[in-house]
Design a protein around this ligand. Structure first.
Ligand code: SIN
Length: 343
């Protein structure tokens, strides 16, 4: 699906869309002591007005309403801030005076926030997240072009009804599929199993496909809290059961295991998880591999052991979905498996 260049003369006759830009911090708002420094910077120190001022031509694409929701390094993302962000987006999009939302965010937990919002935003209006790998102070900072592309995408009719999208390095990703795949490269995001949905470049938005799973208005989940205690453990050579036993003792309601390969689990860890599941803890098998899916093993394994399989969700995204489902009161294992098979 192609959309006309929003700066073309035919589009210019229409009033420009009103886009709320919600800033939360991150490297896109980071500053370093000198322009060649792309690692020793402080994230989240530049305000949203300055971010927008660095993007010439934005006012020809949209009427911008800017808000500073937070100023954090996204490694410190908190569940309470997820609630604040989701509620603010829902409030803005429920009104008639905002046509779409752009969120600037750190890259480190962007994939988690994007997936959370994909399920918890209750609007079909465009919601686009973006970020940067280089601080705003750097030579060749990538933030301004990413922000321009994010606003271009949010202002285009093509983004409506597609859930939360991530505009990064000219690509458009679905929030469900996108993950960070590099610690330093400017092309740091991919949707490894499924691929990107399309591109945004030079004012042009092009989708090649749509995500099919239910989201936003077709999802029953909210981010209103309270958030159930759900944690992640990893399977690896020589792993002990200490972490699982401690989580159960601490009252965790859910545990996602980042298994090896197709979600396989070291026998020591598996025994601890079987015992946890028998006590009513929801145990989800995901994979630490980074792409592919974790297949439901059926009667012989998952059903007998009391586990749920995460499909193509990585452990961090599986944790988000498990927390949302538990918060909604879904605790039955078969029902939880249906949730993972649906969203
Ligand atoms: C962060 O996630 O806030 C810092 C790292 C980044 O944005 O690239």
């Amino acid at each position: 699906m192609n959309t006309p260049n929003p700066t073309s003369s035919s589009a210019a006759a229409q009033p420009l869309p009103r886009i709320a830009v919600l800033a939360t911090g991150g490297t896109i708002a980071g500053a370093a002591p000198d322009v060649a420094n792309t690692a020793g910077y402080q994230a989240g120190v530049i305000g949203v007005a300055q971010l927008l001022a660095a993007v010439p031509g934005l006012d020809a694409i949209a009427r911008i309403q800017a808000e500073q929701v937070a100023s954090i390094d996204s490694k410190d993302m908190a569940l309470a801030l997820w609630t604040t962000l989701a509620q603010r987006i829902n409030t803005l999009l429920a009104g008639d005076d905002i046509d779409g939302v752009v969120i600037t965010h750190g890259t480190d937990t962007l994939e988690e926030t994007a997936w959370l919002l994909h399920l918890a935003v209750k609007s079909s209006k465009p919601v686009v997240m973006t970020a940067a790998m280089r601080p705003a102070s750097a030579l060749s900072a990538d933030g301004p072009l990413n922000l321009l592309n994010a606003v271009t995408l949010a202002a285009s009719g093509a983004a409506a009804g597609q859930g939360v999208l991530v505009a990064f390095n000219n690509r458009i990703h679905c929030a469900r599929d996108v993950i960070k795949i590099s610690t330093y490269a400017v092309d740091a995001f991919q949707s490894p199993e499924i691929g990107a949905l399309g591109w945004v470049q030079d004012g042009r938005v092009e989708f090649q496909r749509r995500a099919l799973r239910a989201h936003t208005v077709d999802s029953p989940f909210t981010a209103n809290g309270p958030w159930p205690h759900v944690e992640i453990v990893t399977s690896y050579a020589g792993v002990s059961r200490i972490a699982v036993d401690a989580l159960v003792a601490a009252g965790a309601l859910g545990i996602v295991v980042a298994g090896t390969g197709n979600g396989s689990i070291h026998s020591t860890l598996q025994q601890a998880l079987v015992e946890a599941a028998a006590k009513g803890v929801a145990v989800v098998r995901a994979s630490r591999v980074g792409s592919g899916h974790v297949m439901h093993n059926g009667a012989a394994k998952d059903d007998a052991l009391g586990f749920i399989s995460a499909g193509t969700l990585n452990p961090y995204k599986a944790r988000v979905l498990l927390a949302l489902a538990l918060a909604r009161g879904i605790t039955d294992r078969i029902e939880l498996q249906r949730v993972f098979d649906t969203y």
